[in-house]
Design a protein around this ligand. Structure first.
Ligand SMILES: N[C@@H](CCC(=O)N[C@@H](CS)C(=O)NCC(=O)O)C(=O)O
Length: 208
């Protein structure tokens, strides 16, 4: 059975758990990271030299890290995956572009906001840095809001792994104690994600 290393409170682990449920992939999850530690143990470092989660491990010993790469790999190897990761070059590039955008642009400011309000004691919070990150994040969510005009999902009418990569951050955006512009397309998409059982189970959970 597929093994998934990583604590359930990690947004990047959530992506993998969410996709596995969408595809009906059975897995064994092993707690690692955060308070669970384990990621600096030599056997874990041999699987993932970054000492980060998630890491997946196939029955034959093949391992893979980087959450978005894991999403692509699982779609390429599991029944039903093609529907969430189209193979036509331009459709595929569109999905990958938004996944890269999540890692390269959205992740930074959203991590700052998340760490400020969820992982930092109130007395130690750098609210100026959080406000700057909020402004930067809002500018990015406006870009996604424009993309979602007339589309149910990021890449069109079908749900894809681009929605998974960005959906985990959308939950944080809509639920952290911050001001938000009223972005109707973005909210509609977030509400559509909320209709998916796997999103509710793995992502719409108390933040920690
Ligand atoms: N780009 C990597 C980032 C992985 C990452 O930063 N993981 C965080 C959790 S979201 C982590 O391992 N933090 C340290 C820990 O949990 O011990 C990915 O997408 O997989």
């Amino acid at each position: 059975m597929l093994k998934i290393w990583g604590r359930t409170s990690s947004s990047n682990v959530m992506k993998v758990l969410w996709l596995c449920d969408e595809l009906g992939v059975a897995y064994e999850r092993i707690d690692a990271g955060g308070a669970f530690g384990r990621t600096r143990d030599p056997d874990y470092l041999a699987k993932n030299p970054n000492a980060l989660v998630p890491t997946i491990e196939e029955e034959d010993g093949y391992t893979l890290w980087e959450s978005n790469s894991i999403l692509r790999y699982l779609c390429n190897t599991r029944p039903g995956g093609a529907a969430l990761y189209p193979s036509a070059p331009r459709e595929r590039a569109d999905v990958e572009r938004w996944m890269d955008w999540q890692l390269s642009r959205v992740n930074g400011p959203m991590t700052t906001i998340f760490f400020t309000y969820v992982r930092t004691p109130e007395k130690d919070r750098d609210l100026a840095a959080a406000a700057k990150a909020r402004d930067a994040a809002e500018e990015l969510w406006r870009i996604l809001d424009a993309q979602l005009a007339g589309r149910d999902f990021i890449a069109g009418s079908a749900f894809t792994i681009a929605d998974i990569a960005l959906g985990i951050q959308a939950y944080r955006w809509f639920n952290l104690p911050i001001e938000r512009a009223d972005l109707a397309n973005l909210r509609g998409w977030y509400e559509r994600l909320g209709q998916r059982p796997a999103y509710r189970k793995h992502v719409m959970v108390p933040m920690s």
